[in-house]
Design a protein around this ligand. Structure first.
Ligand code: CUA
Length: 326
């Protein structure tokens, strides 16, 4: 029974290290280096632990008279200072030698993305040479095997931008622009998170990262740059009218309509995103409806007021409209 419980615990904790948000299954050049350092540290600490356990057994079993004063001193100085000192120095030098590579900027001309930490979501801007940046929220697409330069900022509190499978974390500090460069090495869908406690909904501040082939990435970005298609169906048309009539456009933008708000997520292609509300809800009409009607229940402290005064059919129309913004 005990063994079963132990195996279960190991399986559960191991499961937490797998999947889209694992630093131990790297999908980027920088994350691979960090994982390598991690495994060396595991090996180093395991060697120290085994040594200490072996010495403990040795000392318990050896007869007391077998220790001369000189041997005792040798054991304490050697085992207590020299061995750990050398091991830690080797690990330190090994770790520090990785730093220049990890903080080097991406080559000039690389894809440049500005990410702003908001309360509690991510504003994403693809910088376009000679054109307006393409803005969206809570989802980042990247071409595989291409370096990318992130510029990280915040105008509120400190957040920390982290895509564990791709690279290390970097803080977003009000009043500064910090930098992170990375190169994804395999395609897939990964998950990013905020790694610095930033308020009541810190744990509800995630994002999706899609690494894809260059052509698919370029098509996606070209599509994101387009304005929204006009609503076609009676239900989505009603949703569009309700969106404008209820003042949603004061905070949100839907490019191609009169909604031009800038303080909240750009919704031009919100229906195409993989998740809703910064990685906390599935991207489905039901979830849109719940989000609009009970925003602060789903995300405590969210700045968007809940619109629970709307009729059920109005909420349905709004949700259908937002989901149609592909
Ligand atoms: Cu943003 Cu924690």
């Amino acid at each position: 029974m005990r063994i079963r419980r132990l195996l279960f615990t190991i399986a559960i904790s191991w499961g937490g290290c797998n999947g889209a948000q694992s630093a131990l299954e790297p999908a980027g050049r920088e994350a691979a280096r960090i994982a390598e350092l991690y495994w060396w540290m595991v090996a180093g600490t395991a060697a120290v632990w085994l040594g200490v356990i072996a010495l403990t057994f040795y000392c318990l079993r050896a007869p007391p008279q077998s220790f001369s004063k000189r041997r005792e001193r040798l054991l304490i100085v050697g085992g207590g200072a020299v061995v750990p000192g050398v091991l830690l120095a080797v690990l330190l030098v090994f770790g520090l030698s990785m730093v220049p590579n990890l903080v080097a900027p991406a080559p000039p001309g690389s894809l440049k993305i500005t990410v702003s930490g908001e309360l509690w979501w991510w504003r994403i801007r693809y910088e376009q040479p000679g054109a307006e940046p393409v803005e969206l929220a809570n989802e980042i697409h990247l071409p595989v095997d291409e370096p990318v330069q992130f510029l990280l900022e915040s105008d509120n509190v400190i957040h920390s931008f982290w895509i564990p499978a791709l690279a290390g974390k970097v803080d977003m500090i009000p009043g500064r622009v910090t930098r992170l460069s990375l190169t994804p090495t395999r395609t897939g869908i990964f998950r990013g998170a905020c790694a610095e406690f930033c308020g009541s909904s810190h744990a509800l501040m995630n994002f999706d990262v899609v690494v894809e082939e260059k052509e698919a990435f370029q098509n996606w970005l070209a599509h994101q740059a387009q304005p929204a298609q006009p609503a076609q169906e009676p239900l989505t048309k009603r949703g569009h009218d309700l969106f404008l009539a209820n003042g949603c456009g004061a905070c949100h933008s839907v490019r191609g309509t009169s909604a031009k708000g800038v303080i909240s997520p750009d919704l031009t292609h919100v229906g195409s995103r993989l998740s809703l509300a910064a990685g906390t809800l599935p991207s489905e009409p039901d979830a849109f409806q719940r989000w609009i009607a009970s925003t602060d229940h789903l995300k405590p402290g969210a700045q968007m007021p809940r619109f629970d005064m709307l009729l059920e059919e109005d909420l349905q129309a709004l949700a259908a409209y937002l989901k149609s913004l592909k």
